[in-house]
Design a protein around this ligand. Sequence first.
Ligand SMILES: C[S@@+](CC[C@H](N)C(=O)[O-])C[C@H]1O[C@@H](n2cnc3c(N)ncnc32)[C@H](O)[C@@H]1O
Length: 373
Amino acid sequence: MIDQRDKDTLNPYKFIDLFAGIGGFRIALELAGGKCIFSSEIDKAAQQTYQNNFGKKPHGDITQIEAHDIPNHDILIGGFPCQAFSIAGKRQGFEDTRGTLFFEVARILKEKQPKAFILENVRGLVSHNKGKTLKTIMEVLDSVGYTANYRCLNAKNYGVPQNRDRWYCIGFRKDLNVYFDDHQVNAYQFPKARPLTTTLKDIIETKPLTQYGMSQTASSHMKNHYKLKGLYPSEDQYTLAYEIRRSRCSFSQHQYSPCLTAKMGTGGNNIPVIFELERKLTERECLRIMGFPKWFQIEPLKQSSYKQIGNSVAIPVVEQLAKELIRVLHQTKSGNKQAGNAVTTNVMSYYHVKDDDCVDVLNIGPQMDLFSE
Ligand SMILES: C[S@@+](CC[C@H](N)C(=O)[O-])C[C@H]1O[C@@H](n2cnc3c(N)ncnc32)[C@H](O)[C@@H]1O
């Protein structure tokens, strides 16, 4: 006889991947046991990367997609773009978010009523417009039928060697009676901080990578500022230099990298440079810093690839959030606390560090068997 858990394994939780980028969110959900049944991404270059890795091109502009054309799903995920908050909060209520891309999330939640969602954004969302934007967002989520809560989590505290502080919002459809209070039986628990086990040292390649060298001018600006700041090399950590200009340069000497952002794709000297090796981070190293698995492919030596990586998510953080979400959904379904606990497996079991695949990123075949829709 097949028990409920076996049935769930055969029918994993179906999710839709909005503002899909290159699919970082998707990988996290698939590692947690979900199955992607729909994705949307407007940017052509990101769509191409997505297709190379998952075998299917995402649908385009979400504002042009009717909710009834989106398949029914259990979980909605989306890191909606953050530039569109300018009109939110001027007035109270749902109307204020109209025209922003968060509204697209709300529209789909309202019509499709999935069981749960995970949203991601920059930490700045919390203080934007003196907190009014966030207040509006939480009110809208409530008004479309969800109990939601959020945390700002820094990836470096969740196993990822990057100083990436992000807003994560989790929501459950109200009829599921899931809460965020530890004292409740059906409680969603945000993950607890833990020490880093994979550091930047484990990620950086030491072999020569001449294609990633920096210009003479940038190198001399970087060295001047290094001297001016009185920095010196450390045995067990690299120095990353970023935003290198004649007048200023930022340095990070930690076991983790500074936050990788889409700005890396804007040219100039915005890709962090490893001071000791006098070269930029490779795309492969950036992918590792975001927690992407080894099989993931991205076109090398292209600015748009860096932009796509910087726009993505720290996969192990979302994986932890998603595993807990699926555990709670299991528990809700079976009404059996024990059964739900068994869903959580080793987080980051796939986390890959350096090996010989550093530059040759396009030669690895896609893993269609794992990720077919
Ligand atoms: C912050 S990124 C999210 C990246 C994604 N979470 C990942 O893991 O790669 C936001 C994405 O939303 C996309 N986007 C912006 N407007 C859109 C629209 N109207 N429809 C679909 N995608 C859109 C952008 O191109 C960008 O890739």
